[in-house]
Design a protein. Structure first.
Length: 507
């Protein structure tokens, strides 16, 4: 298959980019591939919203920039933060122009809410399902573009690199098993995060770090992988994977965290209490949990009326109701869960990676905005702004780039399959040790022991991939181990505690 623009991933980053290049260059071809359903990804499950400065009387670009830099703990790129924050209103207008609806108050003004780490109300939302509203709207717009092809159930195996330039990707049709190649002038990795590296995660099952792993195997620069953000409040339910997210906006509306005995504790850790940044709240919860024999504590929502809770958080209310939870009287059992990779494939301000003609956007990218810790509701915004910058850059270069010819075929393995139960056993062992040793807290001994374990696993699985037939589960396992190794390696290299990274042996 030949295409001008190839997009791997169908979340807000990939869809926004595809729509923009399609509109600017209607005579070119744009191909989006995704390994599952078109709407299955982290964007769909984003509850909170998009952080944008709209209330000039109570907010400013400077405040949003300062909040982002503080959350990033000194490691965010100030130039990138300023670019994203100041371009936010214009990108938001484009999103609204596509038909995305955000909640409004009784005065018909946008209902801006506040989340942890923010100094003002600046979060636009659509109830507690903002991501789903954005995803569905963008997909409807994609359907109306004749020069965009969206192909589901196509798994990206490895990038095609010819003369150190990206020329597309090797793929396999998930349903037929046919291996093929998609040759492109430009390739955008918009593959999302890697939460499935951990036992407890809020990420969907497709978040297996595929883009990061592929880029690393192709020798792209990957940085900041030690900065894994844990969301403080995932609904504790060991029988469910992934865990259901309890939006930060619930704490923004006065819910408080309590120990099993009913004690409020956040003031012991930070003056902003429940609205401190996620790294602080997650560590506080983890420390309080470790004082008990349980794996959770409670989010007390009694200060929010049932009526208001149902109106503002209908999906959260239903998820709790389905589990028989009385959230008013008993609260919500919560635990920290892996939520967002702040690092990833290193890019410049145009989204360019270290490999020519290869871009990265969204959670798989390290653009410089998040630093050591992502500020709540900055992720959808980052995707919007960078998909625009990437579109403008690739559009300006398209006339200078051609399609590469005579690309070699992908090495096809034999017909011997690796058992599904063996993949599941390997995955359980990997996610368990990552959660135990490389979670909210780590130390040198845990990192070194996990490194030894993971190197053995990677060697084993890499050999199996070269001698057995393809399966999505097997190659996802390889990608998970690859990403786990990057997290461990870069954690060992980090010699100071910053943001979400906390090594107990570093003083």
């Amino acid at each position: 298959m030949l295409t001008d623009f190839l997009v791997i991933g169908s979340g807000i980053a990939g869809l926004s980019y595809a729509l923009k290049v399609s509109e600017y260059l209607p005579n070119t071809t744009v191909t989006i591939i995704t390994k599952s359903e078109a709407n299955e990804g982290a964007t769909k499950y984003a509850q909170g919203g998009i952080a944008v400065v709209l209330d000039s009387a109570n907010d400013s670009f400077e405040k949003h920039i300062d909040d982002t830099l503080k959350a990033g703990d000194g490691l965010s790129n100030p130039e990138i933060v300023e670019m994203v924050v100041k371009n936010a209103p214009e990108r938001l207008e484009e999103l609204i122009g596509y038909g995305v609806n955000f909640d409004k108050n009784n005065l018909r003004e946008y209902d801006l809410v506040k989340e942890g780490g923010h100094s003002a109300n600046r979060i636009l939302h659509h109830y507690d399902s903002t991501g789903n509203e954005i995803e569905d709207t963008l997909l409807r717009n994609i359907e109306d573009r004749s020069n965009i092809s969206l192909i589901s159930y196509v798994f990206a195996l490895d990038l095609i690199i010819e003369n150190n330039v990206c020329a597309g990707v090797y793929v396999q049709d998930v349903k037929t098993g046919i291996i093929d190649k998609v040759v492109s002038k430009f390739t955008l990795l918009a593959t999302g995060g890697a939460g499935q590296v951990f036992k407890f995660t809020t990420n969907p099952m497709v978040s297996t770090g595929d883009g990061i792993a592929m880029a690393y195997r192709a020798n792209a620069e990957v940085r900041g992988m030690e900065f894994v953000q844990f969301h403080p409040t995932a609904l504790y339910n060991p029988s469910r994977r992934p865990l259901f997210l309890i939006s930060e906006a619930v704490r923004g509306q006065s819910a408080v965290l309590r120990t099993i005995s009913g004690k409020e504790f956040m003031l012991d850790y930070h003056k902003d209490k429940e609205l401190a940044t996620r790294d602080i709240v997650s560590r506080a919860i983890d420390m309080e949990i470790k004082k008990t024999e349980l794996d959770y504590l409670f989010l007390d929502c009694s200060s929010i009326s049932v009526t208001d809770f149902k109106i503002n958080f209908p999906n959260i209310f239903k998820a709790c109701e389905d589990l028989g939870l009385n959230i008013v009287d008993n609260g919500i059992p919560v635990t920290p869960a892996a939520h967002f990779i702040c690092g990833g494939i290193l890019t410049d301000k145009y989204g360019r990676t270290s490999i020519p003609n290869l871009y990265a956007c969204g959670e798989c990218a390290n653009t410089g905005i998040h630093g050591a810790n992502r500020l709540a509701s900055n992720s959808l915004l980052e995707s919007l702004v960078f998909s625009h910058e990437i579109a403008i850059d690739s559009i300006s270069l398209i006339s200078d780039v051609g399609l590469v010819n005579d690309i070699k075929e992908y090495k096809i393995q034999n017909n011997k399959s690796y058992p599904s139960n063996s993949i599941e056993e390997d995955l359980n062992a990997i996610t368990s040790i990552m959660s135990e040793n490389v979670g909210v807290f780590t130390d040198n001994k845990m990192l070194l022991n996990t490194m030894i374990f993971m190197n053995k696993k990677y060697k084993k699985i890499n050999e199996i991939c070269s001698t057995h037939s393809f399966s999505v589960e097997l190659y996802e396992l390889r990608n998970i181990i690859q990403v786990a190794l990057l997290i461990i390696q870069q954690s060992i290299e980090r010699n100071e505690n910053k943001g979400v990274f906390f090594n107990k042996d570093i003083k």
